[in-house]
Design a protein. Sequence first.
Length: 591
Amino acid sequence: MKNHLIFGLIGVLLIGGTVLPAMSQTQSAESISEIILSLDKPSYDLNEPISISGQVTNFVPNTRDPTLNYVEIIFIDSSGDAISTSGFDDSGKQVYFPVKLKAYPDQLGNFRISTNLSSVLFSYDTYAIQASTYQDGKIATTYDLVITSPVEEELVVEGDPLTFETCSVVLGSISDELKSTECTSENDFVTGDLLVVKGNVILSDPTSDSKYSIEQQKLQPNQITPQFVKITIPYAKTMTLVVNNNNFVTTTGDAVFAEQTKRLKDVSASILPDEEGNFATYFDLPTTVFESGIYSVKATYMGYDAENTVRIIDGASLIDTDPEIIVTTDKTEFYPGETVQISGQIQNSLYSDVIDVFITTPDVSGYNCTVIDCTVGENELKIVPELGLTEHPFSFEYELSSHEASLGKYTVIAGSSIGVSAETTFFVTEESVIVETEPVELEEPIAPKKIIKKFNRISDSEILITLNDMDSDSELLPRVMQGSLFTTARGQEADINIQVSTSSGQCIIGQESSCLVTESTRKPGAIYETVSIDENNYKIRYSGTDVRLEKFSILPESTGTELDIKDWNIEIIKDDQPTRFYYKVSYVNLE
């Protein structure tokens, strides 16, 4: 050996130093740079591997000379001397060189280095690990290293030194969730969820003997800096097969164990606890990694292990049918002034969305609704369903007017952006009055005074409505025509509209300037607009554009007059958006 640089290299090789990849860790918010150190164990035996982890807070790399971007580590014995190795210079004189290790931090300042406590250089004693680097000047820190026999290093802990829970995200963001130590405990997750892990470690306290033994405190009187906690999801304990009705049957999962292990090898995180020993992190659960199964979540800290199990469900395996919406009422018949309980749910969907509800009411054209309350409950509203796995329930109340204007048929239409809708109907009737009379035989059946014909869920873009479809001997004549257009294409309401024209081609309702009615007819003190068609006046009611449920009604202005235009053309102005058109015609006896 002729070169002293070779001697220093031999010193490093004697203790077997190797640099490992840096760990990911959340940065401190402090503005002054410092070095934080931790070890993988509280104490060691001779010839045992040791892993030194650390972080240079607020690390700024040296761009002028990147070769200076390293942390230098040396070992100092109890007498204050640096651990050294020896060699010979060119003249044959024996010289000594300190044993130095170098670790290069990542962009966040995290670093880790491993070596071996060779009995050639170390003995049973307490050493100081000194780490230094340059950040606007030289900064350094020290950390105690205890080398003792296995018999002497037994650690006495009262209570669990490492505990953690798996939690769901309930706060406004994942960053807010990680700042909180409160945990909404959860063991069932669906792919696409965030799995949050929150826990606590017991830190050494030199003023108390409730956490570590007195002997251990004497060995490490200044050991209060926490070490890194490593969290992993290493494997599936069992795989879960989904059977009918969303029941779960477990199996050993041996057939896919190797594949799962390969996928999950990088699902891990390293966290530095705070000064109170609290830590938190989270994992994404992508469908490309996780299949349905029972998984082990493991935590490791200073040689201690903790484990919890969670069930992760691949959402795609839960749903084998198309999503749908169900909506129902608590009764099918109500009296004026009652409250209708409306409930439903989104089914076969992993996602919950706002429900848009529209309630069509009976024709109130014969009442002055500016004087009386024709309707009380909201006819258009948005409902936020409850969260569920594949079912998301919702409910609300609809209040009926106590006036006779509330009598008739109501239709509840519920839809959402998942592309489906549903409807149900109920009736408001007068309270029946029971009168005892003698039975009378009727020679002829009583002819109805009113018939309403309905046509539902028409998806065509062009619709022909013909009013001459009553029997020739019927005394009922068409009086009112009503229509409504429903679309689930959220955000495109303004691009999907109704255009109503007569058989002669005259546009009555539409968006073109030639149409008689182009905007909502609801104005202060009025809900109709009177227009002239073929020298006859008609009352037109129109909701206007840019609404999810576009509605209109047409009836003659004069009472006791039929709707004498018998053919109408309805055009749905749209591209390929999903729509459903509903219309009804009221036939009455005008005598």
